[in-house]
Ligand binder design. Structure first.
Ligand SMILES: [Zn+2]
Length: 461
């Protein structure tokens, strides 16, 4: 009897804990110099369709135009069966996004990104007949201003890899109003094309999938570039290294793989995908399909007291009863506002207010002024005014969260732990052979830390 009972308990735990493993397979489709890369994109799209697997092809604007010019309607049609994302207009022609956005503030940078990228975005939309579902930066050329620009372009998802911003569990998160698949750590997987270790890669996939499934489910991110199957060197590395900007007439074609070698590479990916498909927990999804598996970023009903306790101690996200809340979400709750997305502050605020308490009337004024600011700008302020003195946003948030009485308000010092989710490493994070030698962008990381008010883990439905 005990044995039976234990078996029942064990089975119910297994059933409750084992969740789906979503695999998002994406291809940065970018080489507009070597025509053999067009054939590689066609072949990959066709092979995967035969397996019933939909991938996400993030296409460069110039690549889409080149496919049109070369009359490759076959490639366009094949890719369209999958999902189309956007991967900048020219990818590696300088200045790349992080290089020019490093010199700009949040709002100007977002406008500038749209000015530079609108034509490419429209071309990909027109040529493929769909609005791209997602965006990812070229190389490591990430910048926080792109979040605002992408929201304006109607792109809801950031699909790429990098270490600029992320959450501890290396799973999807919300940041800047976008659904991010990024900084996936051990959940970025692939079978190497040029190492003879397919068996080891498949075993690693199985153990990672089992781990995710036992935790209730999660995401594995797999990416390739069609050009990797056609050439042995990257099309942009041979032309645009270290910020080089040769005229199009001087562009050199990358070294080709032999047809037999390309065939071997298709075989590696085909085997790897087939192996993943044989795992009953695995579901291949496109970017858009993956997003639909997650709760919306607008939180539902919440426990105000738990939020106040959390925000009084630290300003960073909180996952409470399966509801994920950013510091910005929680500040809105504390201010009695309807849940919605608002941006983080665009500058660093300072506290100049010296006294230890604020009288009730002035604090209530400060609160209603903050509500008005947020409504007007759809953004958090950098500082909150107490007469002609200021509280930094984190000091205001901590003070507001700890305020329980009806008399004078004790000023509390903030503890903006949210900043820890943005890397402090300004050079390695932006390391890319296309960036100028020694390029670093601490300014972008400072700006990213301000926007971390919007950061929170995404939660599966
Ligand atoms: Zn790329």
């Amino acid at each position: 009897m005990l044995r039976l009972l234990l078996l029942v308990v064990f089975l119910s735990i297994t059933v409750a804990a084992n969740g789906p493993v979503y695999v998002v397979l994406w291809f940065d489709t970018e080489d507009y110099i070597e025509p053999a890369s067009d054939d590689a994109a066609l072949r990959l799209a066709t092979d995967l369709r035969k397996l019933g697997v939909k991938a996400t092809f993030k296409v460069v604007g110039e690549k889409a135009r080149v496919l049109e010019k070369r009359g490759r309607q076959d490639v366009i049609e094949a890719l369209r069966w999958h999902e189309i994302g956007y991967h900048t207009n020219f990818h590696s022609v300088p200045p790349t996004p992080a290089v020019y956005l490093k010199t700009m503030d949040y709002l100007t940078g977002a406008d500038e990104f749209i000015r530079r990228e609108m034509a490419g975005f429209n071309d990909v939309s027109r040529i493929f007949g769909v609005t791209p579902s997602c965006y990812g930066q070229p190389g490591s050329s990430w910048a926080p201003q792109t979040n605002r620009a992408l929201r304006q372009l109607g792109v809801p998802m950031y699909l790429d890899e990098g270490s600029h911003v992320g959450v501890e569990n290396h799973q999807p998160f919300w940041y800047g109003g976008l659904f991010y698949v990024f900084d996936m750590g051990p959940y970025v997987m692939r079978a190497a094309l040029d190492k003879d270790d397919l068996d080891a890669s498949q075993r690693e996939f199985d153990s990672t999938a089992a781990k995710l499934s036992s935790q209730g489910g999660g995401v594995i991110s797999i990416y390739y570039h069609p050009c990797e199957f056609a050439t042995t060197e990257f099309w942009d590395g041979v032309n645009f290294s270290r910020g080089a900007n040769p005229d199009a007439s001087e562009w050199r074609r990358p070294k080709r793989r032999t047809p037999e070698d390309s065939e071997r590479c298709y075989g590696v990916l085909n085997s790897y995908v087939k192996h993943a498909l044989s795992n009953p927990a695995v579901r291949f999804v496109t970017g858009r399909q993956l997003m639909s598996k997650y709760q919306s970023q607008i939180p539902g009903a919440v426990n105000r007291q738990a939020i106040a306790d959390h925000m009084a101690a630290r300003q960073t996200f909180l996952v409470l009863n399966n509801t994920s809340l950013s510091a910005a979400d929680m500040l809105l709750v504390l201010l009695g506002q309807e849940p919605r997305f608002v941006e983080g502050p665009v500058s660093e605020g300072k506290t100049t207010y010296k006294a230890g308490t604020i009288d009730r009337r002035r604090f209530e004024q400060a609160k209603s002024d903050t509500v008005s600011y947020i409504k007007t700008h759809t953004r958090l302020p950098a500082t909150v005014w107490i007469g002609s003195e200021t509280l930094s946003l984190e000091d205001f948030a901590a003070t507001l969260a700890a305020d329980r009485s009806s008399g004078d308000v004790s000023v509390r010092k903030g503890n903006p732990e949210l900043r820890r989710h943005v890397t402090m490493e300004p050079q390695k994070t932006f390391g890319w052979v296309i960036h100028p030698e020694g390029f670093q962008a601490p300014e972008l990381l400072d700006m990213a830390r301000l926007q971390a008010w919007t950061l929170k883990p995404a939660v599966l439905k």
